[in-house]
Design a protein around this ligand. Sequence first.
Ligand SMILES: Cc1cn([C@H]2C[C@H](O)[C@@H](COP(=O)(O)OP(=O)(O)OP(=O)(O)O)O2)c(=O)[nH]c1=O
Length: 191
Amino acid sequence: MPALILASASPRRSELLKQLGLAHTIHVADIDETPLCNESPADYVLRVADEKSHTIHQHYPEDSVVIAADTSVVLGDKIMGKPESLEHAMEMLSLLSANTHQVFSAVSIRGRYTQHCLSVSDVTFRAITAQEIIQYWHTGEPDDKAGAYAIQGLASTFIKNINGSFSGIMGLPLFETAQLLSNEGINIFNE
Ligand SMILES: Cc1cn([C@H]2C[C@H](O)[C@@H](COP(=O)(O)OP(=O)(O)OP(=O)(O)O)O2)c(=O)[nH]c1=O
């Protein structure tokens, strides 16, 4: 079994990998995550995930497997990252209120092969008030989450419906991840 390295600072991604029973070390990739001019959401998350896995794979032997991911919340042509302030969270969550948006999550895996894939999910919010957004902000939960919410937390009370992958919305689509890892000889059921 090759060594598995998670190129991510996201505790959620590590938890999700552990959910598959996969032991891993963490080596955070510090890269510029600014979208390029006119870059589509799909191209953006795939490029950033690839840059993260590439940066970290350089530090390890060829036969190690590095996994990286990138998640964005997308509404129309707006790509939403993490909130920088209460005002920024208010702006994003007001747009998501009473609306359906997409969550794009890319996974990039480098080992013997270079592989990546994309998970896109639809998420529908009920109407949320400015008062709720302010209270939600003060819980600290929106802080380091794309679109300023966490489906796995209190924001579950805002979400009427999802069509897609719960783990993908949380930051690491496990169905796709398991498929890519099996191409590298990492199998969930026969470690
Ligand atoms: C939409 C959504 C996002 N998120 C999180 C997943 C990611 O951690 C974060 C999106 O930011 P990312 O830039 O994808 O990841 P990150 O900065 O946390 O970690 P790294 O770049 O080192 O891998 O938002 C949730 O936890 N729940 C959600 O419902």
